[in-house]
Design a protein around this ligand. Sequence first.
Ligand SMILES: N[C@@H](CCC(=O)N[C@@H](CS)C(=O)NCC(=O)O)C(=O)O
Length: 209
Amino acid sequence: MKLYYAPTLHSYKVCAVARYLDSPVEYVAVDLKAGEHRSPAFLAINPGARVPVLSEGGKSLWESNAIMMRLALLAGSDLWPQGVAQSDVLRWLSWDSEHFKPHAGAFYFEHIIKPAIGLGDPDPAALAAATPPFLASARILDDHLSGRQFLLDDRLTIADFAVAVTLPFAEQSGMPLDGFPSIRDWHARLEALPAWREPFPQSAQAPAA
Ligand SMILES: N[C@@H](CCC(=O)N[C@@H](CS)C(=O)NCC(=O)O)C(=O)O
């Protein structure tokens, strides 16, 4: 089983889950800057030319949330819980994709990705546009996390890995997190996990485009 990754946000959560579960994957680094993801060999496993991809017995699975789910299923782990809790996990994964990560990701893109790929300084207009929806979603997240250890109460799930993925870069990306103490406390609990602090194999720890 091969896990194709690059030191980027979507690979971050998948590699963190793989490390947390000690999944028996062979890590394959994909050099995005060199355009390896556009090679015919890579397009054969993901026609969308994106990482991460899990390749298993001749079948490839792309989309980071699906890969986290698959790794948890293979490990028989409660990170992807059974029963009614599954709909709660799916709720947070969907909410993240639609309502949180696009806005949190704007801070990450403007402050971290743009300089990394030579696109210049952060665009104040883009940051101003992202701020109100970010604050509205952060309020919802903070209120929910108040009095809880994780998104599903005391249960760590792949939803935590997904929703939190921009937070290791919050300071560096100028994310306005003042006034959201429950988000900070929740992320501190994730930071206590070695798999979260250092998700990538070898030395590929720095974020890249
Ligand atoms: N929805 C996809 C997004 C994957 C994605 O956007 N990956 C980025 C790196 S974080 C990528 O491979 N970008 C290559 C490119 O845009 O050329 C997922 O969740 O896996």
